[in-house]
Design a protein around this ligand. Structure first.
Ligand code: ADP
Ligand code: MG
Length: 250
């Protein structure tokens, strides 16, 4: 009996069925007590395996997305930000925009929840099975510049095209030279109608020339980003400042 168990353990390891391995003694006891059939026994174990794999895949996608912080919609206080329509954000959690390769732009002053909401949407997308990649505009430009320097630009672009959703945070905070912003334009152009982008920015479109150096490039970027997009314009006060003020008046 012991030998048979060892053989079974070895096979389950070889077949990479960790949930079978971990659960079969417990499920076997349960099944012998409840008199369940062989099929039911197998079915319970198979379900545990499938569930565990799905959970691991979600974990892997969240890790690969490289979110800088853990932010979810559950912790977002919609009452504190009346310029954001909760229903519209909930609609975005359906991820239809990813299916349609369209974009989301969060536009508004600092501290109003743009990064929070973009991470929260990215998180939901990971759970739903989409591949997500989060970076700041500065981070994206730097990694594209680095790839170009190492003659690996097309590999890097391909990598960024394989992802279902790219989140480009804080566009417009840090100025970049022409080479950098042209690479960002290339990325936007390559993903146009092929993959989604979420952009967060404090700059109204009229000021994107400052980022992309000339009005023709800025117009070309804006055109591609907003053609299929949901634009969420946030107005109002910084959440951080509002909370600080509330704390100091307590
Ligand atoms: P932005 O990207 O617009 O500058 P953030 O999303 O980084 O702003 O928000 C700043 C901080 O305030 C973060 O810690 C974020 O979680 C929090 N925050 C902003 N708005 C809200 C909100 N409505 N409810 C809960 N937390 C919020
Ligand atoms: Mg931000």
């Amino acid at each position: 009996m012991r030998d048979k168990n060892l053989v079974l353990l070895k096979h389950l390891k070889t077949l990479r069925l960790p949930a079978f391995l971990a659960n079969y003694p417990r499920v076997a006891t349960q099944c012998s007590e409840t008199d369940c059939s062989y099929e039911e026994f197998l079915s319970i174990l198979a379900e545990e395996e499938v569930n565990q794999r799905a959970e691991r895949a979600i974990y892997r996608r969240i890790k690969a997305a490289r979110f800088p912080l853990q932010k979810t919609l559950e912790t977002f206080d919609f009452a504190a930000q009346p310029s954001i329509k909760k229903q519209q954000i909930l609609q975005l959690t359906q991820c239809d925009f990813i299916e349609q390769n369209s974009n989301v732009i969060f536009l508004g002053p600092p501290g109003t929840g743009k990064t929070h909401l973009s991470i929260a949407l990215g998180h939901v997308a990971c759970i739903k099975g989409y591949r997500v990649y989060f970076d700041t505009a500065a981070g994206l430009i730097n990694s594209l510049l680095e790839a170009k320097k190492q003659l690996l630009l097309s590999k890097k672009m391909k990598q960024l095209l394989r992802v279902d959703l790219v989140i480009c945070d804080e566009l417009g905070y840090i100025p970049f030279d022409r080479t950098g912003t042209d690479l960002l334009f290339q990325l936007v152009a390559a993903r146009y109608e092929r993959g989604s982008i979420i952009v967060t920015t404090n700059l109204p479109f009229s000021e994107w020339t400052r980022v992309f150096h000339d009005s023709a490039t800025a117009a070309a970027v804006i055109d591609r980003i907003i053609h299929h997009s949901v634009i969420i314009q946030i107005t109002g006060q910084s959440y951080r400042l509002a909370h600080k003020a509330a704390e100091t008046t307590k």
